[in-house]
Every structure is written in structure tokens, then in C-alpha cells.
Design a protein around this ligand. Structure first.
Ligand SMILES: [Mg+2]
Length: 256
């Protein structure tokens, strides 16, 4: 499939000749999809929990992958059982302490863009038919801290975050609303692609009938991700793997 507009060398008149409308909204998860923090981000969240709750968070056998930050704190409080019923307030307190700790613990050597990400995001950001955003369980401030250290934050003008709603399955409308405000057009589900590294990323797209691309990371294998029935499963976000999939998923023309 030809991918017009992907080459930075393409002259401006060639770009404007095939469309003046953005064709697809691509929403990326952060941890395990765009970047790795080498476990430092979860360490910061555990430290925030310790400082507020006063005990070690019960993380044995617990995976935060695919979960929103408020969900993680609530689930860890739930694991403590009786005496920690006052979840709403504690969750808010932990999440208030977390960003400064994240800033402290996270330094550039620990924040690493994953394979293909820098090249892919740079290409998508200058592609005239692509609108870029985030769909992540991170608090917005957490996403900003992590992606700024990776040099990627400025490339994502819109996003939906764990600070919008603790339920990942309710995040996509926040991204749609902000994408409409920023890009000046609606993005229907068939022209929205959610990219993430867990079955939860796939699910949060499918509940809204959006497209889902799963990318195998540290936590889930290709086979596990395929079982979640995304529209595509990739071993990495190398542009030569991702771009053909993206443009095959998004219709080449829009009515009107
Ligand atoms: Mg993830």
C-alpha cells in the first residue's frame, strides 16, 4: 500500500493534493508501549503509597500493566483488607504525593523510548493525515514527566489520562473530545486507533468500537495479546511494521 506523505522529502504540493483532512487519530499508551522506565515509575508509586498509608504496598504477584494509576492504588489498598476502607481519600492522597516522587526517582537513563518509537512518533507527528494523542492510565502529570524525559511529550497535543477516570474503558471519549477541540474535526471509532501493550488497552478501544493495535512488550506475549482480539498485533513499533497496519486500518476517504 502506498503511504503518501510519509517522506519528509515530499514536496508541499504533493501533500496537499490528496487530502486536506486528517484521516486517523492514533492514541498511544505510555508505559510498555512508548517507553520503559525500568520499573522506576512503579517504585515511585510504591513509595508514595508507603508515605501516605504507612505500610509497604502488598505488591507480591501484582502487575500494574494496563491499569490506571488510581486503579492501582485502589487495588493495593484493597489488598490490605480491613482498616483501609477509606479508599477514595487515600487514593487521592497517594496520587498527590506521587508526581514529585516520580520527578525525583525518574532520571533520563531510566526512561527509554522503546524500539522504533522515536522514529515512528516523529513520522506520525509530521504526517498530514495523522492526529496524535495519548490514551494512558497515567495521571496527566505523570505522563508529562515520563514523556518529557523521553523527549516525546511535545509531540502529543491531546490525551486521555488516568486522572480523567480510574476506569480505562471510560477514557476514550476524553481523547475524542480533546481531539475535536484541537484538530477541529470529529474522529469516529473506525478512524481511531488505540495502541497499547496489554489486553486492557485492546479492551478500552473495543468497548467504543475503535481500532486496536497491540504491541508486545515486557508484560504480554504476542499470543496473549492476540487472544484479546486486537485488529493487529506487532512485535514492536518500528515504523516499517506499524505504518502499513495503520493505513490499512483507516479508511482512505471520508464522506463529505
Ligand atoms: Mg502499558
Amino acid at each position: 500500500m502506498p503511504l503518501p506523505g510519509l517522506s519528509p522529502a515530499l514536496p508541499p504540493q504533493a501533500r496537499s493534493s490528496y487530502t486536506d483532512r486528517v484521516r486517523v487519530l492514533v492514541l498511544f499508551d505510555v508505559d510498555g508501549t512508548l517507553i520503559s522506565t525500568g520499573g522506576r515509575a512503579f517504585a515511585a508509586l510504591r513509595e508514595a503509597f508507603r508515605q501516605v498509608v504507612g505500610v509497604e504496598p502488598p505488591t507480591a504477584g501484582y502487575s500494574p500493566a494496563g491499569k490506571t494509576d488510581p486503579q492501582i492504588v485502589r487495588e493495593l489498598l484493597g489488598r490490605l483488607g480491613d482498616g483501609h476502607q477509606d479508599h477514595g481519600q487515600k487514593v487521592a492522597q497517594v496520587l498527590a504525593v506521587y508526581p514529585p516522587l516520580l520527578r525525583q526517582l525518574l532520571q533520563p537513563p531510566y526512561v527509554r523510548p522503546l524500539s522504533g518509537v522515536e522514529a515512528l512518533v516523529a513520522q506520525l507527528a509530521r504526517h498530514p493525515q495523522v492526529a496524535l494523542g495519548l490514551l494512558t492510565g497515567n495521571l496527566e502529570e505523570g505522563a508529562e514527566i515520563k514523556l518529557s524525559l523521553a523527549g516525546l511529550w511535545h509531540l502529543f497535543p491531546v490525551g486521555a489520562f488516568g486522572s480523567d477516570d480510574p476506569d480505562r474503558n471510560r477514557l476514550l471519549p476524553f481523547a475524542w473530545q480533546r481531539a475535536k477541540a484541537f484538530y477541529g474535526q470529529d474522529f469516529p471509532p473506525e478512524r481511531t486507533v488505540v495502541v497499547g501493550d496489554t489486553p486492557a488497552d485492546v479492551a478500552c478501544a473495543k468497548v467504543w468500537k475503535a481500532r486496536a493495535v497491540a504491541v508486545a512488550g515486557h508484560t504480554h506475549s504476542l499470543a496473549t495479546l492476540a487472544a484479546a482480539k486486537p485488529d493487529a498485533v506487532l512485535p514492536s513499533l518500528l515504523p516499517e511494521l506499524f505504518l502499513p497496519v495503520l493505513f490499512a486500518l483507516s479508511p482512505s476517504s471520508r464522506p463529505g
